[in-house]
Design a protein around this ligand. Structure first.
Ligand code: 6CM
Length: 258
């Protein structure tokens, strides 16, 4: 396969993070590894508690209904397949804060509390109030990395973004108008390149990006279970469709980024 001219926005992505000397690094590394393993597990054939709740073309969303002290903490796993973009492009737009407002429909404000390295940030986000729940905020680290181990056969490359709640003394939970939510999220992307019979350079038409998105959100304070499940059922498909459509649109006239 002949690869076309590629762009590299920051060379240290995936080649050994500069975040390794940071106190958060052991947690970042551990959670990313665990979440990747978890994302790679299938949803089975309904036998292990995963129930499908959205099925639109290539996009499938599954949840497991779980409650802790009456609070909904349903794990979500979504799979999608989109054409014309790479795994890195998909992860780039999810990770980089300057694009977040373009696709994240529930966002009110996003503050970068710390730039640990070019591939690891700490964010404080406030989300729009969704009736009937009170307003939520989230404080989390976010890390993007290239995956080289255990790639599925036929995969050209794989990138992930993992987001996980953390703490900052200066921003204690539930101190203002918001209730703090706690989240663990992973976006796993794999590029598949259609083999060319000749040696002609590949184009966007030859690219497929396989996506797995997993999340667990602890709402942090009580919210009615049925309302919360209705919000998730509406918001997650909306997010994944909007997000993937946004990346396709952003990339279509740009050189392919591996
Ligand atoms: O993963 C997503 N976005 C990331 C970047 O913003 C990040 C953020 C996750 C926050 C998830 C919050 C979901 C709930 C927000 C709505 C508030 C409803 C109040 C009900 C009480 C909990 O990982 C995409 C997240 C898409 C969510 C639909």
């Amino acid at each position: 396969t002949v690869l076309p001219e590629t762009v590299n926005i920051s060379e240290d992505f995936g080649t050994g993070s500069q975040a390794k000397s940071h106190p958060l690094w052991p947690n970042i590394d551990k959670v990313c590894t665990e979440q990747l393993r978890y994302a790679r597990e299938g949803v089975g054939e309904g036998g292990n508690g995963w129930q499908i709740f959205a099925d639109e073309g290539e996009m499938k969303m599954y949840k497991r209904e779980e409650e802790v002290n009456g609070m909904v903490m349903d794990p979500l796993k979504a799979c999608h397949v989109v054409k014309g973009v790479t795994a890195r492009e998909m992860c780039h737009y999810f990770f980089m804060p300057e694009y977040r407002n373009d696709w994240e429909t529930t966002l009110e404000e996003c503050t970068i509390l710390e730039k640990i390295s070019s591939d690891a940030f700490v964010f404080l986000q406030t989300h729009k109030r969704v009736w009937p729940a009170s307003q939520r905020d989230a404080l989390f680290w976010s890390h993007m990395r290239k995956i080289t181990d255990g790639l599925e056969e036929g995969t050209h490359d794989s990138w992930v973004v993992c987001n996980n709640s953390t703490e900052r003394e200066e921003y204690p939970p539930n101190s203002g108008k918001c209730i703090r939510i706690f989240l663990t999220v992973i976006l796993v992307c794999q590029t598949v390149i259609e083999k060319k019979p000749d040696n002609s350079p590949i184009t966007r038409d030859d690219l497929t990006c396989k996506i797995t998105y997993c999340s667990v959100v602890n709402p942090g304070g009580w919210a009615p279970a049925s309302a919360l499940r209705a919000i998730y059922k509406r918001e997650y498909p909306k997010f994944l469709k909007r997000y993937t459509g946004y990346v396709i649109d952003q990339c279509k006239d740009k050189p392919i980024m591996f």
